[in-house]
Write a protein that binds this ligand. Structure first.
Ligand SMILES: Nc1ncnc2c1ncn2[C@@H]1O[C@H](COP(=O)(O)OP(=O)(O)O)[C@@H](O)[C@H]1O
Ligand SMILES: [Mg+2]
Length: 299
């Protein structure tokens, strides 16, 4: 579907499963237990919720992923949609991706209306057609914490948008048992507690630890080695562990960027990436971490 044909606030709508999203899920390095927990919770939504009353098992159909920026939350949410659909062959699942920023950037006073329309019309209509998974990326923009808002810095408009989201979530949860929201937030403290309390699972997505860093680095270098085969020689367990030790504190996105920065470390490697060295990656990692702590110090 072309973007122009999509209802306001929805920036993508696609059929599931989609192998490209499966690859995304696989590309995010995360402990298996947590990945399994996410998948089980999502699957449960489609097995139990249609059959068991909410008074017995209070499932709301909302999963929230929280954690620092760049830890793979958006990728996981999209991948999770695919993996869930895959668990129900022939299930005719659809993924809708909401862009909250387009709703809240509506003219003043219109946000609440835009939010209500999105849920009660666009999402409800999709849910009538079949099992639906909705990605609410960066949900703090939609369900902002009302208790932390001052009226000067946060207009009444946003306040009302949060109310509208909560009302609509309850209505949709009642009407459509085969509907699942997967929300993400970089700032869990900014998400309204009434929203969080509706979540069936709040999963903390951590920064990669040393083992995960080594695995992400290996994945990057293996990908590069497909084109620049000499890079393959850099990949040994001990080398990856040593470089990973220099990367702790970086998020997954920054880690992959570090490898790109190492390639751009000199005009020679930029011209001929097969000349990449471990030392160049270490140098890029140190510089990324130094920039990071400088940035934090300025906050
Ligand atoms: N744990 C991870 N393992 C591998 N790659 C990661 C990881 N976390 C982030 N990345 C990389 O960073 C990119 C951006 O991640 P994204 O899903 O947008 O993160 P977030 O939504 O948390 O900011 C991903 O496409 C992936 O390449
Ligand atoms: Mg994101």
């Amino acid at each position: 579907m072309h973007v122009a044909d999509l209802p306001k606030g929805i920036h993508r709508s696609q059929e599931l499963p989609d192998p490209a999203l499966g690859a995304l899920w696989d590309s995010i390095v995360l402990n298996k237990k947590l990945k399994d927990q996410l998948l089980s919770q999502a699957v449960l939504n489609f097995t139990v919720r249609p059959k068991v009353a909410r008074s017995v098992i209070p499932l709301h159909g909302v999963i929230l992923l929280v954690g620092p920026p760049g830890t793979g939350k958006t990728s996981l949410a999209r991948g999770l949609a695919h993996r869930t659909a895959q668990a129900f062959p022939g299930g005719r699942f659809r993924l809708l991706e909401v862009d909250p920023h387009t709703l809240t950037s509506s003219a003043m006073g219109k946000t609440q209306r835009a939010v209500s329309d999105l849920f009660s019309q666009s999402i409800a209509e999709a849910a009538t057609q079949g099992p639906t998974i909705v990605l609410l990326d960066e949900v703090e923009t939609l369900a902002a914490d009302r208790s932390k808002m001052s009226l000067e810095s946060n207009p009444v408009d946003i306040h009302r948008a949060t109310d509208a989201v909560l009302v609509q979530l309850d209505l949709l949860a009642e009407q459509f048992p085969k509907l699942l929201f997967v929300a993400t937030s970089n700032f869990p403290e900014a998400v309204d507690s009434a929203f969080t309390s509706r979540c069936d699972l709040v999963a903390q997505i951590p920064l990669p630890d040393r083992v995960a860093c080594a695995q992400i680095l290996t994945d990057c270098l293996q990908g590069l080695a497909k084109t620049y085969s000499p890079i393959g020689k850099l990949i040994t367990t001990s080398a990856m562990d040593r470089v990973a030790g220099e990367c702790i504190g970086l998020d997954g996105r920054a880690l992959r960027k570090t490898v790109a920065n190492a390639l751009a470390g000199t005009p020679e490697t930029a011209m001929d990436p097969s000349r990449l060295s471990l030392e160049a990656i270490v140098a890029a990692a140190r510089s990324a971490r130094a920039n990071r702590s400088e940035g934090n110090a300025r906050k």
